[in-house]
Design a protein around this ligand. Structure first.
Ligand code: NAD
Ligand code: TYD
Length: 337
């Protein structure tokens, strides 16, 4: 395969490139990324000199750059996005431009270059919020009901991808996955924020009552799911991908992290809640299990511990990231904390 990976310098994209080059060393990868605050080429040091890997510094909204990147490509794996809900609340416009317009530019170019597959990475957040203490889970037939500017922009991108399949016959697949965790995650997201704050001896901000529920998926399980969908998935289909957690609250997640790191629960600091905060996400991943034989293999507790170990071992990586602009964002979001 010759793959165009967009957003390959971000958290999941870089894990995916490392995973793919290990498992399919004969394949070629072009990584198109414009290196926003979330993009970091340090994540890809291991492959940067590999002749089968090429980096293009550019914006997915730029038709010329996208056209260049798309030449000779048979498979597009589209990760590039503005991905942080809190930033979408502070500044929604960036999310519409990258997530909606950028996706449409890529779709047009993929059509023009007759790619064999356009795989779109999306989120369970497009389905909105579930009630607490309820058995319900999202599945592929759940109605879209996004609540944040982030999830609304991702919903818009999903609809465009499906429209290009129906209208123009573009061979697409979509995965909507739950919250990922693992190495190289930008420390503005909940788990790496908690780990790195504790390493700095700082408190962990927990929004509202902390009884919000997310489904946690280890990033390599996500990469395995994309691999299967690319190789065996049915064109035109959507697959939901989830992790090995059963309804675990944010507060329970922090308590686990504190226990592993040997710190007291007084490190928890309840702060002002997020606007429009979705109460609960849960994912029914039985379709991808039945049709493609996928299931998550990485146990949450075990891989949370390994993720903590990774951040401990890679202090320079996150210290570099947490300097500069990060401080400005942190101050705006959390004040003095
Ligand atoms: P991230 O924020 O860590 O990385 C995004 C990457 O996209 C960065 O490298 C950034 O530089 C790049 N990018 C942003 N705008 C761009 C543009 N206009 N042109 C080119 N590159 C651009 O995100 P992530 O957590 O790795 O998420 C990747 C994808 O997975 C996103 O589409 C996100 O919506 C989806 N997703 C993420 C999660 C999660 O838990 N992280 C869960 C479900 C779905
Ligand atoms: P996050 O990692 O931003 O992912 P998402 O909002 O896409 O699910 O947040 C995960 C959960 O953690 C979510 O319920 C919000 C909560 N949260 C906090 O309580 N404090 C924080 O500082 C952050 C960033 C998130």
């Amino acid at each position: 395969m010759k793959l165009l990976v967009t957003g390959g310098a971000g958290f999941i994209g870089s894990n995916f490139i490392l995973y793919w080059m290990k498992n399919y060393p004969q394949d070629r990868i072009v990584n198109l990324d414009n290196l926003t605050y979330a993009g970091n080429l340090e994540n890809l040091k291991e492959v940067e000199k590999n002749p089968n890997y090429k980096f293009i510094h550019g914006n997915i909204c730029n038709l010329n750059i996208v056209g260049e990147a798309m030449r000779g490509i048979d498979t597009v794996v589209h990760f590039a996005a503005e991905s942080h809900v809190d930033r979408s609340i502070l500044k929604p416009s960036d999310f519409i431009v990258t997530n909606v317009v950028g996706t449409q530019v890529l779709l047009d170019s993929a059509l023009k270059h007759k790619v064999k597959r356009f795989h779109h990475i999306s989120t369970d957040e497009v389905y909105g919020s579930l009630k607490l203490n309820d058995q319900s889970k999202f599945n592929e037939r759940t109605n879209y009901n996004p609540n944040s500017p982030y999830s609304a922009s991702k919903a818009g991108s999903d609809h465009l991808v499906k429209a290009y399949s129906e209208t123009y016959g573009l061979p697409i697949t979509i995965t909507n996955c739950s919250n990922n965790f693992g190495p190289y995650q930008f420390p503005e997201k909940f788990i790496p924020l908690a780990i790195t704050n504790i390493l700095e001896d700082k408190k962990v901000p927990v929004y509202g009552d902390g009884l919000y529920v997310r489904d946690w998926l280890y990033v390599i399980d996500h990469c395995r799911a994309i691999d299967l969908v690319l190789n065996k998935g049915k064109v035109g289909e959507t697959y939901l991908v989830g992790g090995m957690t059963d309804d675990i609250s944010n507060l329970e997640v922090v308590k686990k992290i504190l226990k592993i790191m040997g710190k007291p629960e007084s490190f928890v600091e309840h702060v002002k809640d997020r606007l429009g905060h979705d109460r609960r996400y849960a994912v029914n991943w039985s379709k991808i299990e039945k049709e493609l034989g996928w299931k998550p293999l990485h146990d949450f507790d075990e891989w949370l511990e390994k993720t903590i170990a990774w951040y401990k071992e890679n202090e320079k990586w996150w210290k570099d990231v947490k300097s500069g602009d990060y401080k400005k964002y942190y101050q705006e979001q959390y004040g003095k904390l």
